[in-house]
Ligand binder design. Structure first.
Ligand SMILES: Cc1cc2nc3c(=O)[nH]c(=O)nc-3n(C[C@H](O)[C@H](O)[C@H](O)COP(=O)(O)OP(=O)(O)OC[C@H]3O[C@@H](n4cnc5c(N)ncnc54)[C@H](O)[C@@H]3O)c2cc1C
Ligand code: FES
Length: 291
């Protein structure tokens, strides 16, 4: 069954084509008629978890790793996830032919440069999932693409082979030094930016990593685009669970919803230190001393 929503996303019943392990992650392939045609790099999908009689009401959000619009099964998509809670553990137990309700594609994708510029893609853990379709789109526009992938340890790096396929250069970092350079992506990033003279940095991963990447990019004079992972409830802009403070072109801070205004934001516009709060002066926010 496919239902077209007003926002341009569709709701479909997907069938599991397969599930494989990749290090500490699961890669789930689902039929998803109609989603591949609409999906752009940076979009995400929201999956219902737990089956028809579950108490888990909220959908879980996942970046789209890859899509295929044609093939034996019609439109398919792949997500990459870490089984870290009840919902993802349920997904990890799915077998071929099981079904999952999918809504997508959701959110706003990465903005692509109009000119062929030099881009560095930076990702932490499963944050690399949306980066490979992004790299393909950038390369199709004549952009140079260099990649930095990081994780705490080798088994938490995702997509090293994909990255080797698409990147002009690949830098790997692990906190424990099990592969690549020991340390964080932001330790390696300044040298990559200097070497490539990058104009744009694209990033996806944990919030502290994004904050640090946005700062390194700004210090280098590069424009940054960060895909944030704020906790979400509705995923469609209704509940305001996923808001974070972002400065607009007019210099005014607004609480934007990462599900519909993001998840991709300009790194220099997010007030990273104030995430989780409504900072003083935010449009529509509480006024101190008011009634
Ligand atoms: C835009 C976006 C893209 C994401 N992409 C991926 C991905 O590609 N792979 C992946 O493994 N995970 C991804 N996540 C995180 C993923 O949604 C959570 O890990 C997942 O919801 C956990 O569900 P759970 O039931 O297993 O865990 P629980 O901890 O039992 O979840 C309980 C509640 O907390 C919320 N929650 C818990 N952790 C997170 C989190 N880190 N971010 C947002 N909500 C959370 C859940 O939605 C749920 O409502 C993404 C999140 C967002 C917002
Ligand atoms: S998750 Fe409900 S508004 Fe974003």
């Amino acid at each position: 069954m496919t239902v077209q929503t007003r926002a341009g996303a569709v709701q479909v019943t997907g069938e599991v084509i397969g599930q494989r392990r990749a290090g500490d992650y699961h890669v789930l392939t689902l039929t998803a008629a109609g989603i591949p045609e609409l999906a752009r790099p940076g979009h995400f999908v929201a999956l219902s978890v737990g089956g028809p009689h579950t108490s888990m009401l909220l959908r879980r959000a996942f970046s789209i790793y890859s899509v295929q619009s044609r093939g034996v099964y019609g439109g398919t998509l792949e997500i990459v996830f870490a089984a870290q809670g009840k919902g993802t553990e349920w997904l990890a137990r799915l077998h071929r032919h099981d079904t999952v309700d999918i809504v997508g594609p959701l959110g706003r994708p990465f903005a692509l440069p109009k000119e062929p510029v030099s881009c560095v893609l930076v990702a932490g853990g499963y944050g690399s999932a949306p980066m490979f379709s992004l790299a393909d789109a950038l390369r199709a526009r004549g952009c140079r693409v260099d990649v930095v992938l990081g994780a705490s340890t080798e088994s938490k790096l995702f997509g090293v082979l994909d990255a080797k396929r698409i990147a002009a250069s690949l830098t790997l970092t692990t906190d424990d030094g099990s592969v690549g350079e020991r340390g964080r992506v932001t330790d390696a990033l300044p040298a990559v930016l200097r070497r490539t003279d990058a104009d744009v940095v694209y990033a996806c991963g944990p919030m502290p990593m994004l904050q640090a990447v946005a700062k390194v990019a700004a210090d280098h004079g590069a424009y940054s685009q960060c895909a944030v992972e704020e906790s979400m409830a509705c995923g469609i802009g209704v509940c305001m669970t996923c808001v974070l403070p972002v400065v607009g072109d007019d210099g005014v801070t607004r609480m934007l919803r990462s599900c519909v205004d993001g998840p991709v934001f300009r790194g220099d516009r997010v007030r990273w230190d104030d995430v989780g709060t409504i900072p003083e002066g935010t449009l529509g926010g509480p006024v101190s001393g008011g009634h």
